[in-house]
Ligand binder design. Structure first.
Ligand code: PLP
Length: 386
């Protein structure tokens, strides 16, 4: 049997490695405190589950869905976008439901990247941008996200021959893993850069609804002309604690949406209908759970950021996303530091190097951990450090 060189060339998916190590430890009876994966610990709000339960009982929802999704669902997405961002979307042409945004992000590369093509990819960044580029035979050109630039890429640093050859520009704000946010001024510069270089902009906006204090993250689609150059990926995963239901959406440029639809229709049969109805309920029903959950994350953020700085793991307080990006004390490398924390005190953090070369020197801690475990994790880090 010969596995394709595409698959052989893939590095192991970051979290698969981490969860294997954690499972080994757990099997040995150790109580592990897991600041690793960003997967909300709080359940999906009850009204959404209730709608899902009802729709599961309807035999019409037991059949194949359409790849394009129910028009009702696409309308609920465009209405939500209008209420939240003031952005108008045509539900017939500018909205496509996804089996979670990861699926759409991965498949979008196949719509634009031919072998040898370049994708501009934030580094550190969510691993799917680089992974899917590799699967298409493309080349990732890393855009360093540096602290001194607020973890925004410097577009003017991209060499001209690279910018003019590149097909895709990936962005993600609020950002995983750095917790950084982008403002409208940055998005405006992105749109004019994309126009100049004929680039497709893919903005991954999975975390716009996890925000703190008085901050409200913007959408790329709020920029005039954004729809001419790009799409935005969104997800119900983090907004409504629905990671397990696998539902998200791509919105924006109709040609890009159509390309993704054509690709997907050859591979999948759409989001199960009962889940589409649950998603309609989530987007159109009461939104107070978002506020409640963000208050929980905010308290955790404040506690964790304070404790990390106290022990010398310098960390800024993110204004959105549920990630804290902390500096690793020298002379440690991030992998070694994460390994030591797990081995010595049973605390899982994600090494920044796993998100790219410019992630070295940092670790990521997720706030999706129950309060008592967060406290226990903080105690263990304090103990380990003293
Ligand atoms: C930046 C980013 N984008 C997209 C996703 C995928 O989310 P989902 O596929 O659950 O919508 C994640 C998940 O962690 C993420 O961190």
């Amino acid at each position: 049997m010969k596995i394709s060189s595409r698959v052989e060339s893939l590095p192991p998916y970051l979290f698969v490695e981490v969860s294997r190590r954690v499972s080994r430890k757990k099997a040995q009876g150790e109580k592990i405190i897991d600041f690793g994966i960003g997967d909300p610990d709080i359940p999906t709000p009850p009204h959404i589950i209730e709608r899902l339960r009802e729709e599961c009982l309807n035999p019409q929802n037991h059949r194949y869905p359409e790849t394009s999704g129910l028009l009702k669902f696409r309308r609920a997405i465009s209405d939500w976008y209008f209420r939240r961002f003031g952005v108008s979307l045509n539900p017939e042409k500018e909205v496509l439901p996804l089996l979670g945004s990861k699926e759409g992000i991965g498949h979008l590369s196949f719509c634009f990247i031919d072998p040898g093509d370049i994708a501009l990819i934030p580094d550190p960044g969510y691993p799917v941008y680089a992974g899917s580029t590799l699967l298409c035979g493309g080349k990732s050109f890393p855009l360093p996200l540096r602290e001194e630039n607020g973890f925004l890429p410097l577009l003017e640093e991209i060499p001209l021959p690279v910018a003019s050859r590149a097909k895709l520009l990936w962005l993600n704000y609020p950002n995983n893993p750095t917790g950084a946010s982008a403002d409208m001024d940055f998005f405006e510069r992105v749109v004019s850069f994309a126009r100049r270089h004929d680039l497709v902009v893919c903005h991954d906006a999975a975390y716009t609804e996890v925000y703190f204090d008085n901050y409200r993250p913007p959408s790329l689609m709020q920029v005039t002309g954004a729809k001419e150059v790009g799409v935005e990926f969104h997800s119900l995963s983090k907004t409504y604690n629905m990671t397990g239901w696998r539902v998200g959406m791509a919105v924006g440029n109709p040609e890009i949406i159509d390309a993704l639809f054509r690709f997907k229709s050859n591979l999948d049969s759409g989001v199960p209908q009962a889940i589409q109805y649950a998603a309609i309920e989530a987007l159109s029903g009461p939104q107070d759970s978002i506020v409640q959950h963000n208050l929980i994350y905010q308290k955790r953020r404040d506690k964790l950021v304070y404790a990390l700085n106290e022990v010398g793991l310098e960390a800024k307080s993110p204004s959105a996303s549920f990630y804290v990006w902390a500096k690793v004390p020298s002379p440690f490398l991030s992998g070694e530091f994460a390994h030591r924390l797990l081995n010595d005190v049973g605390v899982v953090v994600t090494p920044g190097r796993g998100y790219g070369q410019y992630g070295e020197g940092y670790i990521r801690l997720s706030l999706t951990i129950p309060d008592e475990e967060l406290d226990e994790g903080i105690n263990r880090i304090r103990m380990w450090h003293s």
